[in-house]
Design a binder for this molecule. Structure first.
Ligand SMILES: *Cc1c(COP(=O)(O)O)cnc(C)c1O
Length: 358
């Protein structure tokens, strides 16, 4: 599989989100190796676009970001892992603290060093409860722990009608009074699209920067294009089956193209042609459906109806990209674009395009 990452489009997407967020600062979420695209290339591109604040999940990821963003603020969403304190101190990482003992541990290890506080407003994952937030707000511990930013995370921002979204916002708004002078941050990508009431002081988009979740964010540009080469074209007579398990039988004399990509590249086996959610690829100017199971290194597509001269060994087919939304392939596999992107394997060759640096 060949992945082309358009860093210029990535920068433009970030700038669009920053413009949408108007008065608020726009951060960049680069956890999971920048959603599978490479911290080493994505962080410099976002920095060049103007991004000064990054969020990662793990301290090890923060250390990598620090290599490419010497002056940025880097927040670690999983919090303070005290056995890895050396990472936080050497790379100047800021933990996002989620319970009182953790706040105390940070204040004890790194007194006064900057941090953030995570308040849970209804997701019930990480973060202090509203009651704990209230207690902490009156506690000098907050200053000793260097808390400068108070965040929460939306559980259903991609379903704007979901009642929990407004409830979370209402709860989060109480933080203004509890923590006067602290910066507040609530919105992920979908939250940015919910409008100014959700932006507060800092927004934290991830997936939209990478051109994912294309439905709600139609204005974002495609960043990642995944392609596979046609290795062989063959005729399959009616009644024969294609691939492992012989799960799919062709009902007419067919021509198939075998592509050099499979689940070992991160193209999910669950997207295989079984049932109505069959994934598609684009080849030439045509869309062709998958046939049979996706195997480790190979997958087959039905090209019976395509002009023969457009489907030859060596031709590249788009697995997802500008014509086949990453989210549509993910949906065919019963998952979301986030999982497809972060699951792209190291085997996939990555090619970076950056017009701004030539
Ligand atoms: C991953 C994450 C984000 C970014 O979410 P997207 O949906 O990719 O925009 C923001 N905030 C937190 C706490 C996250 O875990």
């Amino acid at each position: 599989m060949r992945l082309t990452v358009d860093l210029t489009a990535l920068g433009r997407n970030w700038k669009k989100l920053a413009a949408m967020a108007e008065g608020a600062e726009c951060a960049g979420v680069v956890k999971a190796d920048a959603y599978g695209l490479g911290i080493d290339r994505v962080v410099p591109a976002l920095s060049a676009a103007g991004c000064r604040t990054f969020f990662v999940a793990l301290p090890e990821e923060g250390v990598r970001v620090r290599e490419f963003a010497p002056d940025a603020a880097i927040y670690v969403l999983c919090g303070f892992l005290s056995d890895l304190v050396v990472h936080y101190s050497e790379a100047k990482l800021r933990p996002v603290l989620g319970f009182r003992d953790e706040v105390e541990a940070w204040a004890g290890s790194m007194p006064g060093a900057p941090s953030a506080l995570h308040v849970d407003t209804g997701m019930n994952r990480l973060g202090v409860t509203l009651e704990e937030a209230e207690a902490l707000s009156a506690d000098p511990l907050i200053e000793r722990a260097g808390v400068e930013l108070v965040i929460s995370h939306l559980a259903c921002a991609d379903e704007p009608e979901h009642p929990l979204t407004a409830r979370q916002r209402a709860r989060f708004s109480e933080m203004r009074e509890l923590f006067p002078g602290k910066r507040l941050s609530l919105a992920n990508s979908a939250g940015v699209h919910l409008g100014p009431h959700y932006h507060y002081d800092l927004v934290r988009p991830g997936i939209a920067v990478y051109g994912g979740a294309s439905h709600p964010f139609a204005e974002m540009e495609t960043v990642v294009t995944a392609e596979a080469r046609v290795l062989q074209v063959r005729d399959v007579p009616a009644g024969e089956a294609v691939g492992y398990g012989a799960v799919q039988t062709v009902h007419r004399d067919s021509r198939i193209a075998v592509l050099g990509a499979g689940y070992a590249d991160g193209y999910q086996r669950a997207a295989s042609a079984v049932g109505p959610r069959n994934a598609r690829v684009r080849i030439g100017n045509h869309i062709a459906p998958l046939l049979g199971r996706v195997s480790m290194d190979l997958m087959a597509i039905d090209v019976t109806d395509l002009p023969e001269e457009e489907v030859r060994p060596g031709v590249w087919a788009e697995l997802f990209g500008p014509h086949v939304a990453v989210d549509s392939v993910a949906a065919a596999a019963g998952t979301i674009g986030y999982e497809l992107l972060t699951g792209l394997s190291r085997r996939a060759t990555r090619i970076y395009r950056d017009e701004t640096s030539g």
